[in-house]
Write a protein that binds this ligand. Structure first.
Ligand code: BTN
Length: 252
């Protein structure tokens, strides 16, 4: 199959759009091909978590991207996608969003979306990325369970009425592809500068729970030039966070 034979895929229901996009990518689907589902039965979040994916009200999508950058830069696509989504929500939908490292989308102090990026090689040996994006769009306050109602919100609650999920899927795709072009031509510093404009938690006191279960508390100094988060602990030592969970001290 030729890469131009693939088109965006629209599904009523699937387990995870990241799984579908990954399979299409493995078969050679081209840069920018997206998968949008109305509902996911096994939506996945970062760090092995589940992503709540009720039917018909939210954006659940994944894009295959094949950027013209060195392999070692691929992890930076996560923040690149965060900027693209934040700028799209701000510029197109006039929503005041912020970013929490590495790529959570926030409105005020509540999360409205997240990004899960995965990297793999296709059958021809070319590495590609799957950028999975979940955004709470048309959920009302009463749709959230007691467990998450204090920490989660939606674009509707933030004032975006009559939002069309398919339009948002297209708008984010064009923002993502143009931000990747900027990364390719101007380097990651350009993406980082724009990410910093949305950084909600720089200067805050945070706790980093390391993948091996340690707890590091300190000031969030924001991401470095490679996109790793810097946390300055109480003794002045700077830790570089590549993965794991970083939360406000009172949000542990
Ligand atoms: C996170 O904040 O933990 C990331 C959440 C990413 C969820 C999206 S929904 C569409 C795509 N398919 C998945 O299974 N996950 C991502």
């Amino acid at each position: 199959m030729h890469s131009s034979d693939f088109q965006d895929v629209f599904l009523d229901i699937t387990d995870s759009t990241n799984r579908v996009a990954r399979e299409l990518g493995e078969q050679g689907a081209a840069h920018g091909i997206g998968v949008l589902a109305a509902c996911q039965t096994a939506g996945r979040g970062r760090l092995g978590r589940r992503w709540y994916s009720p039917s018909g009200k939210n954006l659940y999508c994944s894009y295959i991207v094949r950027p013209n950058i060195d392999l070692h830069h691929f992890p930076k696509l996560t923040m690149t996608a965060g900027v693209a989504a934040a700028e799209c929500l701000h510029d197109v939908y006039k929503i005041q969003v912020g970013l929490k490292w590495p790529n959570d989308l926030y409105i005020g102090s509540k999360k409205c979306g997240g990004i899960l990026s995965e990297f793999t090689a296709d059958r021809y040996g070319n590495t590609f990325a799957v950028i999975g994006i979940g955004i709470n769009c048309n959920l009302e306050s009463s749709d959230f369970s007691a467990e998450i109602k204090d920490i989660a919100t939606s674009l509707l609650i933030a004032g975006a009425e009559n939002l069309e999920v398919t339009e948002l899927f297209q708008a984010i795709k064009s923002s993502l592809l143009s931000t990747i072009k900027d990364f390719e031509s101007k380097g990651f510093s350009e993406v980082l500068k724009r990410w910093q404009a949305y950084d909600l938690f720089r200067g805050s006191n945070m706790v980093w729970l390391t993948p091996d279960g340690r707890r590091v508390e300190g000031e969030n100094l924001g991401p470095d030039t490679d996109g790793m988060l810097r946390v300055k602990d109480t003794e002045g030592m700077i830790h570089l966070v590549l993965t794991g969970d970083v939360n406000l001290v009172n949000r542990e």
